[in-house]
Design a protein. Structure first.
Lengths: 182, 311
């Protein structure tokens, strides 16, 4: 197994700052916009985006955690059902602009499930997707992100590993992990 | 772990503590789902479930049906009173005929203890026991234990008294297994005639005096007097039972601490529980009903997750 660092903590911080500025360009003062972090791993990124936006805009940004487990399209098609996580959405998203936040975009199936799950909380005016890492050329559905931290070209046996301080890691970092010897 | 150890839910006896923990964690998520404006998820949309009830039931059947519908499963209902069972068809034939119509899961209540175990040996579909005679009623025990966990934060180390007709109660049996697996201390209390012989061998306390039981426990799970199962007289009269074993506000107020009252329903008001107790803040009877749907959703979801549609 090989591990290559693709974003160190400094570059990652710069990237997140850029993503926030880009989001502010499109959403202005966030009067009618909300963030939904996807469980289980997108919530760490969503937390950081929220606090960065709040220090830029100096007011509260509504953030919810969305679990997509019960909306997945691979239920009964894998050895074990995926364990569910908590959904915490304390607001209605009816007529809101929603930014879905996840750490890595791969096949696009989680995002499809997320859009399904999200509809249970109302009909949003507009939905956008923010991801830290976009694994290009591996999409199985016609889903593209609006905000991307970094594009990487990967093959299926590779994995993108995102580590967050909030998870107990030493630093925020993103790795590309290659299985096997090559 | 995110998988149950068995593809059927036949009884609590067959479950491990890890299974029960998994069911509770999943039920937490479903409880959140059923309190949303849209109370439905699409997980079981390609699954058909047959609810086969050979015995009467309102609450359990309704609760299962709601759980199934909120998981988007297709549901067919069957009750023996209006079926070919009356014409002499065997249980296995009845169920095989239903399965031939491509049903994936069977929720069954039957008057004979062991009926779902028998079926599990002969058919492929997942089976959920919704009560088999005086044997087990696993989903009721799961929702009772879940409700205790919700009210008191944990089940571990809590003292639970099961009071009333233990002899005829499948709820009592399943509750004893579930509570013990989750680390609670269990006591049964009732008149001698309504306590099964050798019940003390299950590693629990036996008490004949209801006041002593209430003083001891954190939670009292009060069972219904099952008049329909009593061919002989186990006590002189309902009035006498209510006098010695009925729980009323006065009795609760005289205790040294506040306890939680549970009842699996339907309540015989004025017999095992007086109205002022059943409707008081001590009672979590309606919470039990709400939790029943969430817990049954968790059980159905987790059982369905074991089957692989691509095989």
């Amino acid at each position: 197994m090989q591990k290559r660092l693709i974003l160190d903590s400094h570059i990652l911080d710069v990237t997140l700052e850029r993503l926030c500025q880009h989001v502010i360009e499109n959403h202005g003062n966030f009067e009618n916009s909300v963030i939904l972090g996807l469980q289980p791993r997108g919530i760490y990124l969503a937390d950081i985006i929220k606090s960065k936006l709040e220090s830029n805009l100096e007011h509260d940004i509504p953030l919810g955690y969305l679990d997509t487990t019960f909306y997945r399209d691979d239920f009964r098609r894998r050895d074990e059902p995926v364990a569910a996580n908590a959904t915490k959405v304390d607001f209605l998203i009816e007529s809101k602009k929603v930014i879905i936040v996840d750490d890595v975009l791969f096949t696009g199936r989680s995002v499809r499930a997320a859009m399904d799950a999200m509809i249970a909380f109302g009909r949003p005016e507009k939905v956008e997707l923010l991801v830290l890492v976009d694994r290009k050329y591996s999409r199985e559905l016609p889903i593209e992100p609006d905000y991307v931290g970094k594009h990487v070209n990967t093959i299926e046996s590779q994995k993108v590993l995102v580590e967050w301080e909030a998870q107990g890691k030493k630093e925020n970092k993103v790795w590309l992990v290659t299985q096997g010897n090559n | 772990m995110s998988k149950l150890s068995d593809k059927h839910l036949l009884g609590i006896k067959n479950l491990t503590r890890a299974d029960i923990d998994l069911i509770f964690q999943t039920a937490d998520n479903f409880k959140d789902v059923i309190n949303r404006p849209i109370k439905k998820v699409p997980s079981l949309r390609d699954i058909t479930i047959a609810n086969i009830f050979f015995e009467n039931s309102t609450r359990t059947r309704l609760s299962f049906e709601l759980a199934e519908k909120r998981l988007s499963a297709d549901v067919v209902n069957f009750s023996s009173s209006s079926s070919s069972v009356k014409k002499g068809e065997t249980l296995l034939d009845t169920v095989n005929n239903i399965l031939a119509m491509k049903v994936d899961m069977v929720v069954m209540r039957h008057g004979s203890p062991g009926a779902p175990h028998f079926l599990a040996k002969h058919i492929d579909a997942n089976i959920v026991n919704a009560g088999d005679g005086t044997h087990e009623h696993p989903t009721q025990a799961l929702l009772d234990t879940y409700s205790i966990r919700e009210r008191l934060g944990t089940v571990e180390g809590k003292k639970v008294a099961i009071i009333g007709d233990i002899l005829h109660s499948r709820v009592a049996m399943s509750n004893i297994f579930a509570l013990q697996k989750m680390g609670a201390e269990v006591m049964v209390c009732g008149p001698n005639t309504l306590l099964p012989k050798h019940i003390d061998e299950l590693g629990l306390q036996v008490e004949l005096d209801v006041r002593k039981a209430l003083e001891w426990c954190d939670v009292a799970n009060v069972l219904r007097i099952q008049l329909e199962r009593q061919q002989i007289k186990y006590f002189p009269s309902l009035r006498e039972y209510a006098l010695y074993y009925g729980i009323n506000k006065q009795l609760l107020d005289s205790l040294s601490k506040q306890i939680t009252i549970m009842h699996p329903g339907p309540i015989n008001r004025g017999v095992e529980l007086s109205s002022d107790v059943a409707d008081s803040e001590h009672a979590i009877i309606l919470d039990q009903v709400e939790n029943g749907v969430a817990v049954r959703m968790a059980v159905l979801y987790l059982l369905a997750g074991i089957g692989d549609i691509t095989n």
